[in-house]
Write a protein that binds this ligand. Structure first.
Ligand SMILES: Nc1nc2c(ncn2[C@@H]2O[C@H](COP(=O)(O)OP(=O)(O)OP(=O)(O)O)[C@@H](O)[C@H]2O)c(=O)[nH]1
Ligand SMILES: [Mg+2]
Length: 318
């Protein structure tokens, strides 16, 4: 596609045209200068999509499940965007190719849009870019946004937290259930899927998760369901979507949706303010002064606290 004027690109993205939409998402991902105007134009139209995080350990069957979920939502008349967050790890090269093949099943349907986000740059950046990509997809009119993230680390938690509903996908045989609980995933799961339930031990794994949930102090009125699935056969997928829809209704009725979204916006604002204030500061303080401050630390003449105080209290005049 030839270079589009920014206004044209924004207009066509909001109209749901796929090629401009793909370009718009690249703008977000690459922090293109036009991204700010794009996101500003999208903002007033966001808040309509249900954002679902699908997370869990490598190979649990997330992509297979996402493909099935997308089909089920389509059958229910919803439009679906999939955001697959690829960690650029040496292990995921093959898996990514697998994803493409699997998700090819979905291609050719105008009501489905699939996008990968690379984990370039900082992890914090990834969460921000993912949230912004979801804003664009939301504004473009997709009703359900499925965000697939691999793993159970801090960065995945951050990405998952950009969702309204988070599903944690585990498998029967590994000690994943226990590990996930340790990694804090228990705190973010709204729904559990025990996938590969065609294998030994799925009921036992589901039971282990339920017991762990019972031991935990309840923090809300939402009863976290544990659903067995066989993603490769599409089993349990309808039930899973039912849980998601019930969760969405619960979020809305209880006021939790509004609260979560507001907190998300507050976090966005905070991130933005941090960046801006930092840039402002670096523009104000010369490289020479900064280097001197670092040298003072290196030579143990001042403590980091003292230097920070001196630099913030200075009025900027050199
Ligand atoms: N037996 C069985 N295999 C499954 C099931 N669901 C997925 N698989 C297989 O598990 C493998 C991994 O599936 P993916 O969907 O790529 O898993 P993933 O969690 O997206 O993997 P990463 O993105 O690499 O973390 C594939 O070979 C799938 O065919 C299932 O319910 N039962
Ligand atoms: Mg995958």
């Amino acid at each position: 596609m030839p270079e589009l004027a920014a206004d044209d690109l924004i207009h066509r993205t909001l109209a749901g045209e796929r090629v401009p939409l793909a370009r718009a998402l690249s703008w977000v991902e690459n922090e293109h200068p036009g991204a700010t105007a794009l996101l500003d134009a999208c903002f007033g139209r966001t808040g309509r999509a249900h954002r679902l995080g699908i997370t869990g350990p490598p190979g649990a069957g997330k992509s297979t499940l996402v493909t099935q979920l997308a089909k089920e939502y389509r059958a229910r008349g919803e439009t679906v965007a999939v955001v697959a967050v690829d960690p650029t790890s040496p292990f995921s090269g093959g898996a990514l190719l697998g994803d493409r093949v699997r998700m090819n099943e979905l291609s050719g349907d105008e009501g489905i849009f699939i996008r990968s986000m690379a984990t370039r740059g900082s992890m914090g950046g990834l969460a921000v870019h993912t949230a912004q990509a979801c804003d664009v997809l939301d504004a473009a009119g997709f009703g359900r946004i499925l965000i697939e993230t691999v793993g159970v680390g801090q960065s995945e938690l951050e990405v998952a937290q950009t969702a309204d509903t988070t599903a944690v996908v585990l498998v029967p045989e590994s000690g994943d259930a226990v590990q996930a609980m340790k990694a804090g995933i228990m705190e973010i799961a709204d729904v559990f899927a025990v996938n590969k339930a065609d294998r030994e031990g799925a009921d036992r794994a589901a039971q282990a998760i339920r017991s762990a949930l019972h031991l935990r102090a309840r923090t809300s009125e939402w009863d976290i369901p544990v659903q067995l699935t066989v993603a490769s056969q599409g089993e349990g997928v309808r039930e899973l979507v039912d849980h998601f829809e019930r969760h969405l209704a619960w979020l809305a009725d209880s006021g939790t949706l509004e609260r979560r979204r507001r907190r998300r916006l507050e976090q966005q604002l905070e991130t933005l303010m941090r960046e801006r204030l930092w840039e402002e500061f670096r523009a104000r303080v010369s490289a020479r002064r900064w280097d001197e401050a670092v040298a003072a630390l290196g030579e143990r003449r001042e403590t980091p606290n003292q230097v920070a105080t001196r630099l913030t209290e200075a009025d900027g005049s050199e």
